[in-house]
Design a protein around this ligand. Structure first.
Ligand SMILES: [Zn+2]
Length: 345
């Protein structure tokens, strides 16, 4: 089962985020045909797994109505995810512990399901079609509420012995430093996550209620913003030097909310990182190119590869996977469908 699948096939790609479950029907050229989104934790208390089932069922129904055959689904989620078994070891924010997500979904939706890790999937997408195009050794660092990385070595994403490779948010950058939500102290996440930057800015007397994005926007005009940002950059530079020594990457790609700061982050980070490396050159630093679509693209790659159509993925182009928005009016929010599917099952 190699080569191109017939034109009338599609895969379902689903990215489980902290606030939204985003799904899409993706054709064999990697183009999103139809999108469907639902709140991860709806006010009515619907469990995440049921929201996920509803999104999958909704997209499968849409495919059937359009005469498309679904070859499989790729579902990417945070947590410790075992791609080979489809089990989630632990996902704190989703309330899953040792959960057989693949079996759970396959029993409810008549589609083969491949389960992946959100950051590793996004990193695989950035490596193939985004800022990492052409590189075989790189790290994709997602700087959001938390921090995690996808480590790509020899073209493959490393998952590790306990499927926790890339949890660099909990890499110590200040021994004996600030407490982290994980129970350790001095973690990168306690200094350079979006939440940490906003918190530090407030501590320094910055405008109350500001987000990390506000801090980035105030750089150069607000000394508290400059200082909070600089501290985060120094912590990130230290973590980046450790990553550089461990992985010898050609480049480091930064995505997530703080990654959108672009050169406001990367320019001082290049300077700090170069200052930490004495005997070797720093890897290239780049901003992610697929943005919030990286998870969907990675999930679609997972689905096609698991279905035996990996060869088509190698022919995808960046323009196609980012979508022809003319055919896609944007995500439809369908909590009522979520409820309906739940009642029927
Ligand atoms: Zn930690």
């Amino acid at each position: 089962m190699t080569g191109a699948p017939p034109a009338e096939v599609a895969a379902i790609a689903v990215d489980v985020g902290g606030t939204t479950v985003k799904g899409a029907l993706v054709d064999a050229a990697g183009r999103p045909l139809h999108e469907l989104a639902a709140p991860t934790s709806p006010a009515d208390g619907t469990p995440v797994a049921d929201v996920l089932t509803a999104v999958l069922a909704g997209l499968a129904g849409r495919a059937a109505a359009s005469g498309l055959r679904v070859v499989g689904a790729g579902v990417v989620t945070p947590g410790t995810v075992d791609e080979t078994t489809g089990r989630v070891g632990f996902a704190a924010n989703l309330g899953w512990r040792d959960f057989d997500l693949r079996t759970h979904l396959e029993q409810r939706v008549a589609v083969p399901v491949a389960v992946g890790h959100d950051v590793r999937a996004a990193g695989a997408a950035e490596a193939l079609l985004g800022a990492g195009r052409g590189a075989r050794d790189l790290a994709f660092v997602a700087l959001g509420t938390g921090i995690a990385a996808a480590l790509v070595t020899g073209g493959a994403v490393v998952s590790g012995a306990t499927r926790a490779a890339g949890e660099i948010g909990h890499m110590p950058v200040h021994p004996g430093g600030r407490p982290c939500t994980c129970g350790q102290v001095g973690c990168l996440e306690a200094y350079a996550s979006g939440a940490a930057v906003a918190r530090r800015y407030a501590e320094l007397g910055g405008r109350p209620g500001s987000t990390a994005g506000d801090v980035a926007a105030a750089l150069g005009t607000d000394p508290a913003a400059d200082r909070a940002w600089q501290e985060a950059v120094q912590a990130l530079a230290l973590a980046s030097s450790t990553l550089t020594m461990a992985l010898d990457p050609a480049l480091l790609v930064f995505g997530g909310g703080l990654g959108r700061a672009g050169e406001r982050l990367l320019a001082p980070l290049r300077w700090e990182l170069a200052g930490l490396l004495a005997w070797r050159a720093a890897p290239r630093l780049a901003a992610a190119e697929l943005g919030q679509d990286a998870g969907r693209v990675g999930a679609a790659m997972l689905a096609y590869r698991a279905a035996g159509h990996g060869a088509v993925v190698e022919r995808w182009t960046t323009g196609d996977v980012l979508g022809r928005r003319a055919t896609s009016p944007g995500p439809t929010t369908v909590p009522p469908a979520a409820r309906r599917v739940r009642e029927e099952s």
